[in-house]
Ligand binder design. Structure first.
Ligand SMILES: [Zn+2]
Ligand SMILES: [Zn+2]
Length: 132
């Protein structure tokens, strides 16, 4: 079964998701397990945690999960969730968790962001400030 959907993602700690996440998942049963594979694409918008610049970042997440319908809950990292209820997969919940798990350190303008100088507050991405 192929599922294509667009689901809204709730904002999270200052990070907003202005457009719904695009979900494309293939689901199939094998060995009494529900296998979910595919991708989730989302757009995250907010401020860089380090330098406070406006950031807009595309997130592309590959999904490859197994759920056990008999238990009604899945193995980590979704053990505490209700992603699977009976034989119904909560796509919105799944997408939300995947997107948030892709932002463990919050939003950054880039992996190389130097942040702000702790002394003068200058943006070190724009060059060294006079206090260094
Ligand atoms: Zn930054
Ligand atoms: Zn400085």
């Amino acid at each position: 079964m192929l599922l294509e959907d667009e689901v809204p993602v709730e904002s999270f700690e200052g990070i907003e998701f202005p457009a719904p996440a695009k979900v494309r998942l293939e689901m199939r049963y094998a060995d009494r397990m529900l296998h979910v594979a595919g991708s989730v694409d989302a757009l995250a918008r907010g401020h860089c945690d380090a330098c406070l610049a406006d950031v807009e970042r595309d997130l592309h997440l590959d999904v490859n999960e197994r759920f056990d319908p008999a238990e009604g809950r899945s193995a980590d990292p979704f053990a505490e969730s209700n992603v699977l209820t009976g034989d119904r997969l909560d796509v919105a919940d799944l997408a939300q968790q995947l997107v948030l798990s892709a932002l463990p350190l919050g939003l950054r303008c880039s992996d190389e962001c130097k942040g702000l100088c702790p002394v003068c507050g200058g943006n070190l991405n724009a060059g060294e400030c006079s206090c260094t």
